[in-house]
Design a protein around this ligand. Structure first.
Ligand code: ZN
Length: 200
């Protein structure tokens, strides 16, 4: 079961995710160890610029106008957040940069700079634990910049608090099963490990 917790726009995002197979149906082993009937791979939707643009165009509708007007830059975590962040920056007519993980740590590379007093929003396609986003907020603050808000297409977190406004288009829950009591295991369905190199 997929349960919509909150949907902030009239667009049927869940249908878009299913139509583009960004929500895959099968029998999946999640990074957390749980089993699930569904797996979300947002890149499958983001491969279509027209659909992505349609979704990012909803963001200004749900954001504070004050924040929208004051922001200089969109920053995203590589690789997942880049397409979403770039399209959002295009829509908002802002600059876009990204941070990438090197030796387990998020870093700004490629000559990108964050200036003192610069106002940013952090954009990510899907937020689950929010770890990368929090690291990026830290990098911005170390540089004396101000992070005004966090934005994502999908919120898959249980209860996350960045201590700044967090805007997202949809929040939904997907049933997950303990491997010991997984109904799909009982049915004998083949198990996929979507996070691993084997199936990527
Ligand atoms: Zn199972």
């Amino acid at each position: 079961m997929i349960r919509i917790v909150e949907q902030k726009t009239k667009i049927d995002i869940l249908k878009m995710l299913k139509d583009t197979e960004a929500i895959m149906e099968g029998h999946f082993k999640l990074t957390s160890g749980f089993h699930s009937r569904y797996y979300l791979q947002c890149a499958k939707l983001l491969q279509y610029p027209d659909l992505t643009y349609k979704l990012v165009s909803e963001i200004p509708e749900i954001m504070s106008k004050e924040i929208l007007n004051s922001v200089d830059t969109v920053i995203s975590p590589a690789i997942g957040g880049i397409i979403f962040g770039y399209m959002l920056a295009f829509k908002l007519n802002k600059k876009m940069i990204f941070a990438e993980r090197k030796n387990e740590k998020m870093e700004i590379r490629r000559g990108f700079e964050i200036k003192k007093g610069e106002k940013l929003i952090v954009a990510e396609d899907v937020i689950t634990t929010g770890g990368s986003v929090k690291e990026i907020i830290g990098i911005c603050r170390e540089n004396g910049a101000v992070v005004e808000a966090v934005v994502s297409m999908v919120n898959r977190s249980s209860d996350i608090d960045f201590n700044i406004p967090y805007y997202y288009l949809i929040k939904f829950d997907i049933d997950k099963y303990n491997p010991d009591s997984c109904p799909l295991c009982k049915e004998g369905m083949e198990l996929y490990y979507p996070g691993s190199k084997k199936n990527n």
